[in-house]
Design a protein around this ligand. Structure first.
Ligand code: HEC
Ligand code: HEC
Length: 317
């Protein structure tokens, strides 16, 4: 009996020691790197493509990358939950040494799709990935980053390296992995096909689904519709003061979702942050003034095509 206990004690000791070694290894080694297999790509810019890229960046990238001086030179990511560590959004001005000017068109495309930077370093989910964005829209962002728009003029701003927490490092070993680079062209459906176009907007171009489902941790990036609680809200997202704001249920459930709203009310809320009952829309929901009525109408049509989900969310009003 004593012998058996001693043996169990020894085995436990060895297991604990091994776990400690693994934990120390994760803590003291950087986030894993991958081979950056940038495609051959040369984006041919024209004014329409640049304008579209600027509009898209205004809705998707600027919130994180724009500094107080109006340039996309990056800043501390103030609303990152402490549990993930500290990160600075990159300088994506066209500076050839410190900005996105370091990247070739193919390297930018590869990074934005997969999350692998030109030097092979993987960016954790604090930088979103765009696996479903159409090639045309992806090229528009690249064309914009190269353009003479004032926001992207070269800045030599440098930021400290990210300080991922143990949790982030652990997750980068077991859960967060680069997304595959698409092996086929990606095209957006025509805007006349409202439901399909709305789906493209909310899963590919402006990604409403990521905030409006159950939790970022359970997001299914490759198959968005399989994300738990798809569009039923409740994702607890910190605002800039660290206060949690739960995202809204956008399914057509009349009681807990937006089933009693009209399309016009939806358009007003999404574009200008005006809810039908007059309550303000709080950060992190930033109104999408850059979307056209036709686009928001397509989003509405798509949301109406989804099943109603009865899911009360504590909106903390
Ligand atoms: C939620 C915040 C967020 C959004 C939205 C976002 N980014 Fe980022 N981005 C980051 C963070 C944080 C990093 C730094 C990643 C790291 O170092 O691990 C980053 C890094 C980058 C880099 C790499 C910079 C470098 O120095 O290597 C590029 C390029 C980039 N982002 C482009 C974009 C573009 C283009 C968009 C919009 C289509 C965008 N980002 C949207 C947070 C964001
Ligand atoms: C960064 C996360 C985030 C993104 C991206 C986002 N939302 Fe929101 N949204 C929220 C949060 C959080 C709320 C709740 C705000 C509040 O309670 O004040 C909200 C509220 C709303 C509301 C109000 C619903 C209600 O019942 O009050 C609508 C409508 C809405 N979002 C639509 C959209 C659409 C459409 C998109 C994409 C174009 C989108 N959101 C993208 C986080 C987000």
């Amino acid at each position: 009996m004593k012998k058996a206990l001693k043996l169990i004690g020894k085995i436990l000791g060895v297991i604990i020691l091994l776990l400690l070694i693994v934990a120390a290894y994760i803590q003291f080694s950087p986030i894993p790197t991958y081979e950056a297999k940038a495609p051959q790509l040369t984006v041919t810019p024209d004014s329409a493509l640049i304008a579209e890229g600027r509009r898209l960046a205004g809705m998707v990238c600027n919130q994180c990358h724009m500094a107080d001086n109006g340039k996309l030179e990056g800043k501390l990511m103030a609303d990152l939950p402490k549990a993930f560590g500290k990160a600075w959004t990159g300088n994506i001005t066209n500076d050839p040494k410190y900005g996105a000017g370091r990247y070739s068109d193919g390297e930018l495309a590869y990074f934005l799709r997969t999350g692998v930077k030109r030097d092979g370093k993987y960016a954790p989910p604090w930088m979103p990935k765009f696996p479903h964005l159409s090639d045309q829209d992806l090229h528009s962002v690249i064309a914009y980053l190269r353009s003479d728009a004032p926001e992207v003029q070269a800045s030599d701003k440098q930021h400290p390296a990210a300080q991922p927490s143990f949790l982030t490092k652990l997750l980068c070993r077991v859960a967060f992995k680069p997304l595959p680079y698409p092996d086929k062209p990606i095209t957006a459906p025509p805007i006349e096909d409202k439901v399909a176009y709305g789906r493209y907007l909310v899963t590919g171009k402006v990604e409403c689904y990521s905030c409006h489902s159950e939790n970022f941790a359970t997001m299914n990036m490759m198959e968005p519709e399989k994300t738990p609680g798809y569009f039923a809200g409740g994702n607890p997202i910190p605002n800039l003061e660290g206060v949690i704001i739960n995202s809204a249920n956008l399914t057509k459930d009349p009681e807990t979702g937006i089933g009693s709203w009209t399309e016009e009310q939806f358009i007003q809320t999404v574009k200008f942050g005006k809810r039908p009952d007059g309550k303000p829309i709080r950060y992190p929901m930033v109104p999408f003034g850059g979307l056209s009525d036709e686009e928001v109408s397509a989003v509405w049509a798509y949301l109406q095509s989804l099943p109603a989900v009865h899911h009360p969310v504590d909106r903390k009003w």
